[in-house]
Write a protein that binds this ligand. Sequence first.
Ligand SMILES: [Ca+2]
Ligand SMILES: [Ca+2]
Length: 60
Amino acid sequence: MRSFVGALFLGLLGAPALAQQLDADADGVADAVDNCPDAWNPDQHDDDGDGTGEACDTCP
Ligand SMILES: [Ca+2]
Ligand SMILES: [Ca+2]
């Protein structure tokens, strides 16, 4: 019973944790917090501070 509860607990926590770890551009910054989720920009530079990284900002 204990292992069943443990598995259920991990299952509930595992799905959102996995979503947070998705990293479409493989720059090491998870999509959930990446300011350019589809552009490789591990430095996350955003000089104008509009929340969109330089790597994908159409109006930097
Ligand atoms: Ca990323
Ligand atoms: Ca920007």
